[in-house]
Write a protein that binds this ligand. Structure first.
Ligand code: NAG
Ligand code: NAG
Ligand code: NAG
Ligand code: NAG
Ligand code: NAG
Ligand code: NAG
Ligand code: NAG
Ligand code: NAG
Length: 306
């Protein structure tokens, strides 16, 4: 365990040699390396055992990962979970590429989270009863699923899959979010989640064009990725949630808390939904989309409301 922490600390150090003579910079680098060595030695001695859980040291901690895809409500879901006094969900930690460029970096990052050595604004206190983070399928999870499943089963990590049923609405959200990355509609700031109706209205004022030629195959592909993820993780302790069910059925949040062994609480979020109401108001070429999906297995996506 100590070794993991050391390795991780070493990886997070950024060594940039100054642009002086090679000998000079080598000397500096050497000194730096020695200092780091001393520092690492110190930290290894100090916390091989993660941090003290104080009054809650006897309460069990459940480990989880929210496994999802972009624009599927996982940001909202995570704020709901984090409103629970005993939950620490640490955000999308694998959005940083260095943490997932190979499987050993992934495992080291996971070790840090589940040894309770990962500190973010979401980390609560010694009384967290469930600790985890949010992981997108395209962040190394599918690529390295074998090793990750092995790790999950070895450490007893529970997976909470969160998907969206209406993949057309998800597609609109993906396109709008991707547009806003450049357009920055909110006073020059890009936002993926908002907290007021005005902000939601500003973001949904942009109506994307959906490529109707590739629409069916694009939807099929997302379905396939989802199915493959569920199959790859079929030996893991898990529950599967759908965004639409969470919106319409608050009992689902009770299920989640039971799944995580938490005392039941009312969960809240300040986030406001961006695209509310009929999808036809949010797509430039709605007639095209309507025609393309009419009579197909995806026709239901045209009507559903969330
Ligand atoms: C993983 O990537 C890191 C750089 O981030 C590198 O130092 C390490 O050697 C790589 N490990 C393996 C097993 O490829
Ligand atoms: C939840 O947190 C509260 C406040 O920190 C603590 O008193 C309680 O023991 C915790 N419950 C569990 C199950 O850890
Ligand atoms: C943009 O900034 C103005 C002035 O600061 C503010 O009144 C307005 O609400 C902001 N608009 C959005 C969409 O955040
Ligand atoms: C729409 O999809 C088709 C088929 O994949 C592709 O050939 C075409 O370039 C796409 N059009 C746009 C505007 O991206
Ligand atoms: C999981 O999926 C694999 C591959 O499809 C299959 O061979 C295996 O039987 C499944 N295991 C369970 C527990 O469903
Ligand atoms: C709401 O969710 C609960 C628990 O998952 C389920 O038993 C119930 O049937 C759902 N209610 C509706 C109206 O779908
Ligand atoms: C939808 O398909 C039906 C036949 O399946 C057809 O009668 C109808 O005109 C189509 N509607 C549109 C908008 O294309
Ligand atoms: C699709 O187009 C048909 C024919 O114009 C229309 O009757 C129907 O309401 C449209 N469906 C949606 C969901 O807009």
């Amino acid at each position: 365990m100590a070794e993991y922490i050391c390795l991780f600390s070493k990886d997070t150090l950024i060594i940039k040699p100054p642009k002086k003579s090679p000998l000079f910079s080598r000397t500096i680098a050497l000194w730096f390396a020695m200092l780091c060595g001393v520092y690492l030695y110190g930290t290894c001695l100090k916390h091989p055992e993660s941090f003290s859980r104080g009054e809650c040291s006897l309460n069990p901690v459940r480990f989880f990962a929210i496994i999802s895809m972009q624009r599927s409500g996982s940001g909202w879901f995570e704020t709901l979970l984090n409103s629970h006094i005993n939950v620490s969900s640490n955000g999308e930690i694998f959005s940083v590429i260095d943490r997932r460029n190979n499987v050993s970096n992934i495992i080291q990052t996971l070790e840090r989270v589940y040894n309770l050595d990962w500190f973010t604004s979401a980390s609560k206190n010694e009384c967290s009863a469930a600790v985890g983070f949010k992981w997108m399928l395209n962040q190394g999870l599918m690529e390295h699923h074998r090793e990750i499943v092995e790790y999950f089963n070895h450490r007893g990590i529970s997976a909470i899959f969160l998907f969206r049923r209406n993949l057309l609405r998800r597609m609109v959200s993906v396109l709008a979010n991707s547009y806003d990355r450049k357009a920055k509609l909110l006073n020059g700031t890009h936002k993926s989640h908002v907290h007021s109706e005005q902000e939601a209205a500003a973001l949904s004022s942009y109506k994307p064009i959906i490529n109707s030629t590739s629409l069916i195959s694009d939807l099929k592909e997302v379905e396939m990725i989802t199915a493959r993820a569920l199959e790859n993780f079929n030996s893991t302790r898990r529950m599967v949630l759908y965004y639409e069910d969470l919106v319409t059925n608050r009992t689902k949040l009770k299920d989640v808390q039971e799944f995580l062994g938490l005392p039941l609480m009312e969960l809240t979020s300040r986030q406001v939904k961006i695209h509310k109401g009929s999808l036809c108001d949010f797509v430039s070429n709605w007639d095209d989309v309507n025609k393309t999906l009419n009579g197909t297995e995806y026709e239901r996506f045209l009507h559903a409301d969330y």
